[in-house]
Write a protein that binds this ligand. Sequence first.
Ligand code: UT7
Length: 319
Amino acid sequence: MRSILAGVGSYLPERIVTNDELARRLETSDSWIADRTGIRQRHIASDRETCAFMAAEASRAALRNAGAGPDDVDAIILATSTPDQAFPASALRVQAMLGVRHGFGFDLSAACTGFIYALSIADSMIRSGQIRGALVIGSELYSRIVNWQDRGTCVLFGDGAGAIFVRAGDRNDKRGVLSTHLHAQGTLGDILYVDGAVGRPDRPGHLVMNGREVFRHAVTRLAEAVEEALAANGLKRTDVDWLVPHQANRRIIEAMGRKLGLPPERVVITVDRHANTSAASVPLALDDAWRDGRIKRGDLVLLEALGGGLTWGSSLVRI
Ligand code: UT7
């Protein structure tokens, strides 16, 4: 059994905040942010646009795109670090909002790598025959957990959601998820973390990051993850049509593109418009290139991400 990527969808909050707007209330500038990261603006959620709300909107779009409906959804796996509540899982709020009446769902915490982790679980469950259709979602509101006084981190993040609908295909199908590769190193937990949680007296927590350390690990770990995905499938760098990377920093993304020998136009970049949306960034970028027709049926797409944990991973998908 293969997991076919049947549909993609996304949701971005209505409000856009530019670098210049941030520079009016913080000691920063459009040129500092854009030169270091490629970010020019980010979307910031209103009170109405919660994790579950955005996830449901993105999921509706993905189901529509796949020509599927609520009855086709056996599992909802929602990657997020910013759920609406400790429980029920935001995935189950999404289940209710979509009118899905069977199956199961849960939230998954793997920071910016969450979408790759969620895809890996959905793919394994489809391959084993346990489910036939799954919504795999990343939905994040880092605007709620960044420290708006810390210019070193708050300018980097944005809110949004992306979703895909994966369904069981035929074993002989050339399309689908070829492989997923997950990694974590808990000893690096203190280079990127949130210093609080629901249930802790010092909540709400704020995101804390040693940017230089994360940057250093991102470049080496992601390069390894890319090689691992190609080797596992007996493929060469030149076989890859598109790189759809986690959108944290344009410099990291371009380094990965160069490593693959891909021309810049084959690397999907949304960090300029979305900033870093953590677990939502890969499906948001995928939807961007899918909707405007850049990514086409038969293309080989490499997904990769790295985030707090430290977590990182990759996946190769034939569209
Ligand atoms: O999604 C999870 C994965 N995350 C990542 O992959 C992020 C990886 N890291 C990065 O992308 C980069 O490290 C950053 C973009 C976060 C930072 O870039 P950097 O080149 O490593 O800058 P820095 O943190 O070393 O700061 C350089 C200077 C400092 O001033 P001094 O000490 O040199 O005088 C900062 O105080 O820039 C200053 N600075 C700012 N200046 C203006 C930090 N933030 C800002 C700001 N505006 N917003």
